[in-house]
Design a protein around this ligand. Structure first.
Ligand SMILES: Cc1ncc(COP(=O)(O)O)c(C=O)c1O
Length: 470
């Protein structure tokens, strides 16, 4: 294990509080936002006026020199924070060697070793002393990994139907938006979408299906899938069930403990592929490499047939991966590929990110590994945020695992309060805390995994002040 050289600026001189030098937005930010509104796609969202100029660790400085604490990490992407010296070095070294050759046609050591490294986190020992073999397909984005999973499931099983969940998000390409169940705005006016896709509810212990409880809502969903097989689609025409083991865009929801094992058993009964979409919750964010591995002891050792990862894998450089059991990855030579997929510069960033996640390289103040830090600081944040519920009754639910935490805002009658959530998000931003909404009325807390207790405390104080101002 090596300890990372101290960054150029020693941690003691780093800002511990946001530094707001101008009113928000400052003049440069406002000018760039104006040009952005004129020339970029009308589909882009702009939840509040922020234009990054540079970053260091968990701090991002805008175009006017306002430095803010990053509590969303570019949607759970910036695993090692901004401009981590270990990642920067790896990227610079690789780009100086070669930036592209095309993995679809030529093997490259950096992607071969990255695949081997990812597989070590999923392949399990078999009872005969060997280990179960998996393989990797590399793409550029989460959607591309999801598309690959759907194509592989159909190709492997010879079946067409896919079951997904309400509230899910799987991406914006045609297959992926069809699977997505979070918001109809992704679909309106874009049809026809992929045929042969059904949605079932996602088990949310805070809002269990009618007739179920927080404990039994997972079983209720499994019952709805079995009902689909009776009335909607025969089980032997279903290629795959795709599910986020912890739901991201839908509201940072952790399902009840028996849901994933139940899903595994159901898929086994019917010869259906089980795909875990770990694009948002995976890569160490929940304290384990993949979120489904979190409570293996409690849930039983659930193993899917495929896993998709992207976002947090390379600290901001674009790369995604579909991991699949070798017995499943049976598509023929040339049937699937990607020009940029598995790009070597992104692969170098992924290796550097894994160095920190696994603890091959340590980050000052973050314990033995970033995965351990995510679990540790995440527990602290979750505990403190739950304690805040007593002061702020509109915080209906505080849930999560590691640094994957959701705060749900509710009206006095318990229904979701999206307007209050939006006000809270702006109030936090105005005090220098970058945050992002999800679900109907949820703020997600998904900071870089290098967040220290001290920085978490700063974030909590800003949140408290913002919530008091509502
Ligand atoms: C669970 C999940 N799957 C897939 C995607 C799509 O990823 P991308 O935007 O990289 O295509 C996302 C993006 O938020 C996601 O959260």
């Amino acid at each position: 294990m090596t300890t990372l050289d101290q960054p150029a600026t020693p941690p003691t001189t780093r800002p511990r509080q946001p530094e707001l030098r101008t009113a928000l937005p400052g003049p440069k930010t406002a000018a760039i936002m104006g040009r952005d509104a004129q020339h970029l796609s009308t589909s882009y969202m702009r939840p509040y006026p922020f234009v990054p100029d540079h970053g260091e660790g968990v701090w991002l400085t805008d175009a006017d020199g306002n430095t803010m604490l990053d509590f969303f990490a570019g949607i759970a992407v910036s695993t090692t924070g901004h401009a981590h010296p270990h990642v920067v070095r790896a990227v610079q070294e690789q780009v100086g060697k070669f930036a592209h050759v095309c993995l679809t046609d030529y093997p490259q050591e950096i992607t071969t070793s990255l695949a081997e490294r990812l597989l070590r986190h999923i392949e399990r020992p078999r009872s005969d002393g060997g280990h179960e073999k998996w393989r990797v397909f590399f793409g550029n984005s989460g959607a591309e990994a999801v598309e690959a999973a759907v194509k592989l499931a159909r190709n492997h099983t010879g079946r067409s139907h896919i079951i997904s969940t309400m509230g899910s998000f799987h991406g914006r390409t045609y297959g992926a938006i069809t699977l997505t169940g979070s918001k109809t705005k992704y679909k309106r006016g874009f049809g026809p979408l992929l045929p042969a896709v059904s949605h079932v509810p996602y088990p949310n212990p805070f809002r269990p299906l009618p007739g179920s409880t927080p404990e039994t809502c997972g079983q209720a969903v499994l019952g709805q899938i079995e009902a689909l097989f009776v009335g909607v689609v025969p089980a032997d025409e279903v290629a795959a069930i795709i599910v986020e083991p912890m739901q991201g865009e839908g509201g940072y929801i952790v399902p009840p403990a028996d849901f994933l094992p139940g899903l595994r058993a159901l898929c086994d009964r019917h010869g259906i592929m089980l795909i875990f979409d770990e694009v948002q919750a995976g890569m160490g964010r929940t304290g384990k490499m993949f979120s489904f591995q979190n409570a293996a002891a409690e849930w039983g050792d659930v193993q899917p047939d495929m896993v998709t990862v992207a976002k947090g894998i390379a600290s901001g450089l674009p790369i995604s991966a579909l991991l699949a059991r070798e017995s499943v990855m049976t598509w023929p030579v040339g049937s699937h590929g990607s020009t940029f997929g598995g790009n070597p510069v992104s692969a170098a960033a992924a290796h550097a990110t894994l160095d920190l996640l696994e603890g091959v390289v340590t980050h000052p103040g973050c314990g033995a590994s970033l995965m351990e830090n995510a679990a540790d600081v995440g527990t602290y944040l979750l505990t403190e945020l739950r304690a805040m519920q007593a002061e702020f009754p509109f915080l209906g639910d505080v849930r999560g695992q590691g640094l994957f935490i959701g705060l749900e805002f509710v009206k006095p009658d318990g229904s979701p309060d999206g307007a209050l959530r939006d006000a809270a998000s702006l109030a936090m931003f105005g005090r220098g805390l970058l945050n992002l909404d999800c679900g109907e009325a949820v703020i997600r807390v998904s900071p870089p995994l290098i967040l220290t207790h001290e920085e978490a405390h700063t974030g909590l104080e800003i949140m408290r002040a913002a919530l008091r101002s509502l």
